[in-house]
Ligand binder design. Structure first.
Ligand SMILES: Cc1ncc(COP(=O)(O)O)c(C=O)c1O
Length: 392
């Protein structure tokens, strides 16, 4: 077969923008196609038993998925990546590292589905989860005991945009031989690389910024430790929550523009956060780019910018008042999810976080009028005009 000039090269010396486009990618060996083909196959022909090209069965390996896994490992500054059928499937795989009796310390402000899988599924298998305020790493210490195996954090958190000090938590995890998992969905690798700050596993709902176009559900894990990768790869194959090749391809295409999309998400996010803060009907605005955000200094230390996720409450703190705003926006579509090029608006109390009991929700600051914005990359003036007519 003809050899193609562009051969597999290590892109680790390249900057992120270059790696987002090239890492893990080589022209397709059979045709030279510059874009990775969608290998829509369930199995691979062997010359003789065990004599194959590294691919046996598509639950176990798929070439489109392999390319995406290599690309994701590179852009998160990790050695390995594993792809899953959704962010929750990735979460499920990590939780399966645990055994009955094990304990996990979890940041209490986190995606409702993560709370649900821990409390409604894995708690039934005898695993204990402590949901705590992780805005100060020292808070973890009171919950450590010899059964603790894992620490789980999201940063920035969903939906209150709290910041967890990854390096601070990682120091406690290392000292106590615990696995630190960081859900990096909100930040994306453009803004933050948790492995660089000491995390053991980075989790993504690639449905969000990595995919970037609201057209795919996908999850990923990235790590440096070969033993951990082997255990998680075993779970990936044994439990089988793998993505199809077309979905892997969509994420692969999405990440090629992550940097340009994120730059605009951040610019629009900053403008809208400041505008909301000055609005007379708005009470609190949650965005980690404000200098008076309680963990702004930590955000500056571990993030490259502050992103396009913003939450705010209304002075009239009621579900009804929030509903009025949600009903009126036109460019901001009322929908779950985030991280796409188009702006979305949501009501955590009744949508993404409805699985959290009201009492717990309010205790953690998720009040009735809280509205979450995923600021897209449209013209920011149009977005502000839309919010203005909706909030009044
Ligand atoms: C921070 C975070 N983690 C995990 C998930 C779950 O991902 P998925 O919806 O792809 O299963 C979500 C989904 O909204 C999320 O926002």
């Amino acid at each position: 077969m003809r050899q193609f000039k562009k051969i597999a090269m290590s892109h680790q010396n390249h900057k992120l923008a270059t790696r987002l486009i090239h890492a893990g990618i080589t022209p397709d060996p059979s045709t030279g196609a510059i874009m990775t083909p969608i290998y829509q196959t369930s199995t691979y022909v062997q010359n003789a038993p065990g004599d194959h090209k590294g691919y046996e069965y598509a639950r176990t390996q798929n070439p489109t998925r392999t390319v995406l896994q290599n690309a994701l490992a590179s852009i998160e500054n990790g050695k390995f990546a594993l792809c899953f059928g959704s962010g929750m499937a990735a979460t499920d795989a990590v939780a399966k590292l645990l055994m009955p009796g094990d304990e996990v310390i979890v940041a209490n402000d986190l995606y409702g589905g993560t709370y649900r899988i821990f409390t409604k599924i894995f708690a039934n298998y005898g695993i204990r989860f402590h949901f705590i305020d992780m805005s100060r790493p020292e808070n973890i210490k009171g919950y450590l005991n010899d059964k603790t195996k894992m620490i789980w954090a999201e940063t920035p958190t969903n939906p209150l945009l709290n910041i967890v000090d990854i390096a601070g938590v990682a120091a406690i995890a290392k000292a106590n031989n615990l696995t630190l998992v960081v859900d990096n969905t909100f930040a994306s690798p453009y803004l933050q690389n948790p492995l660089d700050h000491g995390a053991d596993i980075v989790l993504h709902s690639a449905t969000k910024y990595l995919g970037g176009h609201s057209d795919v559900v996908h999850g990923a894990l990235i790590m440096n430790d070969a033993g951990l990768e082997e255990r998680l790869r075993f779970i990936q194959n044994s439990c089988g929550a793998v993505p199809g090749p077309h979905d892997a391809w969509l994420v692969l295409r999405g990440i090629k523009t992550l940097h340009v999309r994120m730059q605009r998400h951040c610019e629009n996010g900053a403008t809208i956060a400041k505008w909301l803060r000055a609005h007379p009907k708005v009470d609190k605005v949650f965005w980690c780019g404000f200098e008076d955000h309680p963990n702004h200094e930590v955000a500056k230390k571990q993030m490259r910018d502050f992103g396009g996720m913003i939450s705010f409450t209304l002075k009239n703190d009621s579900v009804e008042a929030a509903n009025e705003v949600l009903k009126k926006t036109q460019l901001f579509s009322l929908a779950e999810s985030l991280g796409g090029v188009e702006s979305l608006i949501g009501h955590p109390a009744t949508m993404t976080h409805a699985s959290i009991p009201r009492e717990d929700r309010i205790k953690n600051g998720l009040v009735d009028s809280l509205i979450r914005l995923s600021v897209g990359i449209e013209d920011v003036e149009d977005l502000i005009n839309d919010l203005q007519q909706a909030i009044g």
